[in-house]
Ligand binder design. Structure first.
Ligand code: NDP
Length: 491
């Protein structure tokens, strides 16, 4: 059974409770893990506080911390197959995608190791002679890192690598649905590296239970969370009482704009990847396709013609393109959105139901689904479905395309397809979101910041800003030859 990692020791949960981890592919139990109590989370927070306040980690020279972070990346690379296997077991995603995730994770650790190794403050021009003034970055303190189930280890890496690289201590909480890879990584770090006790703590348990102390305890300085808007908003409110720093990555309703001058087969190919990769359970999924009216029917036809190529099934089987949704509850939620769209008058062009294949009957599968005749007032166009559901809207002018694209409370990502460079740049500039792809969809890499405008979140992950998120700025003003202040009369 998997245990909690508290203050450098593997321990069962205080209440001795456990949780069964189920395969979304067939519902079988794939692991039994410790189910932490709120008290376990407090133990983790207390250990992290002590390790930060009186331990050595934050005083460890940055190049040495950088070597440890780089070593974690190497561990991921060395154990790629094992970790990818666990990720597919937990999430149901195709093994090829899990392998790509592991490569990305290794790159994320390598990138943040590089940033930490080059960490330097800056000397600022002082207003008077005899003063040396510098601004330096220091770790924030104890960080709660709360991660979701769609990219479990990748999301953990986006937080863990910069947090540790900057000298913080952390309590890591993966989703209760998908804890296996995060647990394995902590095990690898524990056995292969020499991190001081309390620097890295792992708590497994239900979000609302262990999440409470992780977001309210006065000893926590920063909460970094990826997940849904409702949970993110609740976390922000809780963190406000003790003025914790918050970093939130909350998903999106991402527009994919296609103008009439593009290669339609290419645009269709990317529209499929944008919407249906990982069954649409991607925060940056291109779930709203906005198409020039003159090519609308043609593009929809090309997309629908290729839907049968999205082979659903067991992620361990070669050639499978798409796994199940994460849980029966989540599938029911997505099915509710589909039923609602039909009630609202949207035209169901494809999917909208579970697959007929009896070998998938025990899994939480859903066919790739496509709606046309939608309008911006419909729930299916407004809310994040987080499933394999694409809606298609037509526009007549560039201004209308931009207005439709921005007509959302979200602002994570978006794409524009056109061969007109001027239009591409105009539209990219007009879209209100944190990432814009021109003639592409989905690529990201550690050097470029990732995060949302509007309700898609606060702060950035990856890139220099993704490192800075885990630091405080300190100005050190050093007067070399102290003299009287001049405020009081001198006798
Ligand atoms: P949540 O936002 O509820 O969960 C994300 C993480 O937060 C998980 O680790 C969860 O733990 C934890 N959590 C849940 N409640 C609390 C709490 N009160 N305090 C602290 N942590 C908490 O996502 P769901 O799994 O419920 O999915 C809901 C919706 O969120 C999805 O339908 C989708 O729209 C969106 N989502 C967006 C993601 C993104 O990448 N931006 C990723 C996942 C979901 P646990 O799982 O153990 O409950």
């Amino acid at each position: 059974m998997t245990l909690l990692f508290l203050d450098g020791r593997w321990q069962p949960a205080g209440g001795r409770a456990t949780r069964e981890i189920l395969s979304p592919h067939d519902g079988r139990v794939v692991a039994e893990v410790a189910e932490a109590t709120a008290e376990d989370a407090v133990v983790a927070i207390t250990a992290a506080r002590r390790a930060f306040d009186t331990g050595t980690w934050r005083h460890t020279p940055a190049p040495e911390r950088a070597r440890a972070i780089a070593a974690i990346g190497q561990l991921v690379a060395e154990h790629r197959e094992d970790l990818a296997h666990l990720e597919t077991l937990d999430t149901g995603k195709p093994i090829a995608e899990s392998r790509v995730d592991m490569d990305d994770i290794a790159a994320v650790f390598a990138y943040f190791a590089g940033l930490a190794g080059n960490e330097a403050g800056r000397v600022v021009a002082a207003p008077s002679p005899g003063v040396v003034s510098r601004v330096q970055r220091e770790p924030v303190g104890v960080c709660s890192l709360i991660t979701p189930w769609n990219y479990p280890l990748l999301q953990a890496a986006w937080k863990l690598a910069p947090a540790l690289a900057a000298g913080n201590t952390v309590v890591l909480k993966p989703s209760e649905l998908t804890p296996l890879t995060t647990h394995r990584l902590v095990e690898l770090i524990d056995t292969q590296l020499d991190l001081p006790p309390g620097v890295l703590n792992l708590v497994l348990g239900a979000g609302p239970v262990v999440g409470e102390p992780l977001t309210t305890h006065p000893d926590v300085d920063l909460v970094s969370f990826t997940g849904g808007v409702a949970t993110g908003s609740a976390i922000m409110a809780k963190a406000a009482a003790t003025i914790k720093r918050v970093a939130l990555e909350l998903g999106g309703k991402n527009p994919n704009l296609v103008f009439a001058d593009v290669d339609l087969d290419l645009a269709a190919d990317h529209a499929l990847t944008a919407a249906y990769l990982h069954a649409g359970q991607v925060c940056s999924a291109g779930s709203r396709l906005l198409v020039d009216a003159s090519i609308h029917d043609d593009l929809v036809e090309r997309i629908v013609a290729r839907l049968p190529e999205i082979t659903l099934g067991d992620g361990f089987v070669e050639g499978v393109r798409c796994g199940p949704l994460i849980s029966p509850e989540h599938r029911a939620k997505v099915e509710g959105y589909i039923a609602g769209a039909i009630d609202d008058g949207a035209s169901l062009v494809a999917g909208g139901r579970r697959p007929d294949d009896p070998s998938l009957a025990h899994g939480t599968y859903l066919l790739p689904t496509l709606f046309t005749d939608v309008d911006p007032s419909m729930t299916i166009v407004r809310e994040e479905v987080f499933g394999p559901v694409l809606t298609v809207e037509a526009f007549r002018t560039e201004a209308e395309a931009v207005a439709l694209a921005n007509d959302t409370v979200y602002g994570l990502a978006g794409a524009v397809w056109t061969n007109d460079a001027g239009r591409a740049e105009r539209v990219a500039g007009a879209l209100r979101c944190g990432t814009v792809w021109i003639n592409d969809f989905h690529p990201y890499f550690p050097q470029a910041e990732w995060g949302g405008f509007k309700r898609s979140g606060i702060g950035r992950e990856l890139g220099i800003a993704g490192y800075d998120e885990y630091t405080e700025l300190k100005h050190v003003h050093h007067t070399l030859r102290p003299a009287v202040s001049g405020w009081l009369p001198t006798g």
